[in-house]
Write a protein that binds this ligand. Structure first.
Ligand code: CU
Length: 285
């Protein structure tokens, strides 16, 4: 064989090998990028939603021609349940990649004297923005116990995406409230991995980028409690349909839950930031 021909063969072999490698990478890549999808549903009729009385604060009341309901249990007419937090128990899945925090910030908005979203899930290291879309004062008071709590006033409408605050550094679910408007209530669910999701208005959730395997997932709902479930991801697909007993709503709200997956702690829980205006508001009450 001539030197030219053997060289050409070698090049062809390399190209073929590279093509095979690329194909194998795509196959492995697609097999690894699985999802755990599912639904959260009430087993029975949803309890009657409680209406919020904003009449004592005309600024808020005037923004709502129609009644506003509490969001502690939100289900559609099919009983599909919103604001259920589903997460993989990563401490029981040591082979799962650490994952990266989402590039886009987590945003908690105050609009119409309500928090949006009612349940905000985010990852440690993810930017956290607090936004006030109302033309008057709110304050964001986090009742965290693992992460440093903060109590921050936003006197007026904030431009753009709002104001960046210190992101929680450890996994925890905690309550958020406004000291000016006592009905304002939200929860933040913080994870040290990206394998979590919150059910949407149709009760659907989707945990992305989960490799094939068997997992334990933790399920949290503000009023309907917590549960662990097993789910298998095979060929990139895992499904989990969750059912909640409406009478679970009789149980007290679960506040300041420290997730079982918690592996680290930050020091202290003393309040870090108390703007003067918020202090006045708090002491006036
Ligand atoms: Cu407020």
């Amino acid at each position: 064989m001539s030197a030219y021909r053997s060289g050409r063969l070698l090049r062809q072999t390399r190209v073929a090998a590279a093509t095979l490698c690329a194909a194998a990478f795509v196959m492995v890549g697609s097999a690894r990028a699985g999802d755990i999808t599912g639904t959260a549903k009430l087993d029975g009729a949803a309890p009657a939603a409680e209406t919020i009385d904003m009449s004592a604060v005309p600024d808020c009341n005037n923004l709502h021609p129609d009644p506003v309901n509490k969001e502690d249990i939100v289900a559609n007419d099919k009983g599909m349940l919103r604001y259920v937090v589903v997460s993989i128990k990563k401490d029981e899945a040591p082979d799962l990649a650490a994952g990266e925090a989402p590039k886009e910030p987590a945003v908690l908005d105050q609009q119409g004297c309500m928090y949006h979203p009612h349940v905000l899930a985010l990852m440690t290291g993810q930017e956290l923005m607090i936004k006030n879309s109302d033309p008057f004062l709110h304050n964001i008071h986090t009742l965290s116990s693992v992460n440093p709590a903060f109590n921050k006033a936003q006197p007026n409408k904030t431009p753009g995406e709002g104001e960046k605050v210190d992101s929680p550094k450890a996994p925890e679910v905690f309550h958020v409230k406004c000291d000016v408007h006592p009905w304002m209530s939200a929860y933040m669910a913080v994870f040290d991995h990206p394998y979590f999701a919150v059910s949407d208005e149709n009760g659907k959730f989707d945990i992305k980028n989960v490799p094939d395997g068997e997992y334990t997932v933790h399920v949290w709902h503000e009023k309907l409690g917590e549960q662990d479930q097993k789910v298998t991801v095979k060929d990139g697909k895992g499904n989990l349909d969750l059912t909640f007993k409406p009478e679970g709503a009789m149980a007290p709200a679960v506040n300041n839950v420290i997730l079982a997956s918690q592996t680290q702690k930050t020091s202290g829980s003393s309040c870090c930031e108390m703007p003067k205006k918020a202090e006045k508001v708090a002491s006036a009450k």
